[in-house]
Design a protein around this ligand. Structure first.
Ligand SMILES: NC(=O)c1ccc[n+]([C@@H]2O[C@H](COP(=O)([O-])OP(=O)(O)OC[C@H]3O[C@@H](n4cnc5c(N)ncnc54)[C@H](O)[C@@H]3O)[C@@H](O)[C@H]2O)c1
Length: 403
């Protein structure tokens, strides 16, 4: 992207903030009012979120929108009386919807994000916040407008392990941190590619609004495999950095209060899942941060022995984090005379945290700001991979999004 184009993007971001300032305000919810929720994109994750939100008391699920008829039929059988739409816009026009959950594929996130806020609704938006850096700038600007409650689907921001990490770092248990190592690994039986989903027989051009799915990507005949397996292709996906690194990098950034990375390098390739996918299955990312900290993240789809974790390595102690397990602490005896210990804080319900904030107008555990910082880290890593070179923040901001 040229400097001129970058300035145009920033100007557009500023304009969209100005537009949001004029948007309708949210309904004021009394303590006994039911919170009315709509969902856009009810595939695998949308269904999980639908189940999660129905468990929160005082919530009514009133509408959903999905381009694929099968998803609408599934939602109707699950939630009697729910209104269903193929197009998400009539859902956003419903005056009595307070909040909208977005779980569409990555390349449509920013459209659904911006239009939901423009319609005066609060928002729960799945990670990664956006498909590109310019989209992330626009969404952050829109979310900053007063009166909007935005939660990003980075549920580990609500974990007890993060609360413990922040406290122990603040209390000086860890000392100076210059390196964080993190990893995520999976495996599947031979012949079954990671992430590959079977295409249902009713996934046909008649049952899907294909052009709405494409969302401005070059037009082409209906492709059921790509609709179902969008994750495998750059034009719709951000690969495993967007699917999984984002959770861990957001967690690490919050624990250590890290700003945007100053540079990124990512190597790897399609080494194990040679099934026509574009996004790499084997990844090593290095993120440099201005505070003299290097964060590494590595991932493979052909060995899951070490599963997933993060280690914050400090001069006075080590924090080890495995998702869904209590945080562990070991002192560096050379600098700190203390016992090793395990975390005790409980996880919060990330969905309930959002609903509580709809009522209180408070800030949720994963606001757009951490959605933005983690998205930029993801995109810097992917841009470095595509360019096959180390990339700085400034360089990443200057590259036009492409696939
Ligand atoms: N937070 C988490 O732990 C977590 C876990 C899994 C997935 N996710 C995220 O959730 C999102 C969805 O992932 P998924 O696995 O559910 O994908 P999916 O393909 O199963 O579901 C996406 C749904 O969106 C629908 N859709 C496509 N285009 C649409 C449009 N223009 N308007 C409305 N609906 C449209 C599809 O028909 C499909 O039903 C992704 O961003 C993914 O990264 C988050």
């Amino acid at each position: 992207m040229t400097e001129q184009t970058r300035r145009t993007f920033l100007k557009q971001a500023a304009l969209s903030t100005a537009a949001v300032l004029a948007y309708p305000s949210s309904r004021v919810l009394g303590a006994n009012d039911r919170v009315r929720i709509g969902v856009i994109g009810v595939g695998d994750r949308g269904n999980d979120l639908l189940d999660q939100v129905r468990k929160v008391s005082g919530v009514q699920l009133v509408a959903m929108a999905d381009v694929y008829s099968r998803r609408r039929d599934q939602a109707k059988s699950k939630v009697p009386g729910i209104q269903t739409f193929s197009d998400y816009r009539p859902l956003l026009d419903m005056k009595d919807i307070d909040g909208v959950i977005v779980a569409s594929p990555l390349h449509i996130h920013s459209r659904h994000f911006l239009d939901t806020l423009a319609a005066g609704k609060d928002l729960y938006a799945e990670k990664t916040m956006t498909w590109s850096i310019p989209e992330a700038e626009k969404c952050l600007a829109a979310a900053k407008a007063p009166g909007r409650v935005v939660q990003i689907g980075l549920q580990h921001q609500s974990s007890g392990a993060l609360a413990d990490a922040k406290q122990w770092i603040k209390d000086g248990w860890v000392g100076k941190v210059t390196h964080v190592e993190s990893w995520m690994s999976r495996n599947t039986p031979h012949g079954n590619g990671q992430w590959v989903r079977p295409v249902p027989s009713d996934c046909t051009a008649q049952n899907v609004d294909w052009s709405a799915f494409l969302n401005g990507r070059p037009d082409r005949p209906f492709d059921a495999f790509k609709l179902i397996n969008w994750r495998l292709f750059w034009e719709f996906s951000g690969g495993n950095c967007a699917e999984n690194m984002v959770h861990q990098i957001a967690w690490i950034m919050t624990a250590l209060d890290l700003p945007l990375p100053s540079a990124a390098y990512m190597s790897g390739g399609v080494f194990s899942e040679k099934d026509g996918r574009e996004v790499p299955d084997t990844i090593a990312v290095t993120l440099d941060f201005p505070k003299d900290i290097v964060v590494t993240w590595q991932s493979t789809f052909s060995n899951k022995h070490y599963e997933l974790g993060d280690r914050i390595l400090g001069s006075d102690g080590t924090l080890e984090h495995h998702f869904d397990e209590p945080l562990e602490y070991w002192p560096e005896k050379v600098n700190r005379d203390a016992e090793s210990t395990k975390g005790h804080s409980h996880d919060q319900d990330h969905m309930k945290n959002w609903i509580d904030c709809l009522r209180s107008r408070g800030t949720p555990n994963a606001p757009a700001e951490i959605g933005y910082r983690s998205a930029i880290a993801v995109h810097m890593a992917n841009l470095s991979y595509k360019k096959k070179q180390r990339i700085t923040l400034e360089e990443a901001r200057g590259i036009a999004p492409g696939y």
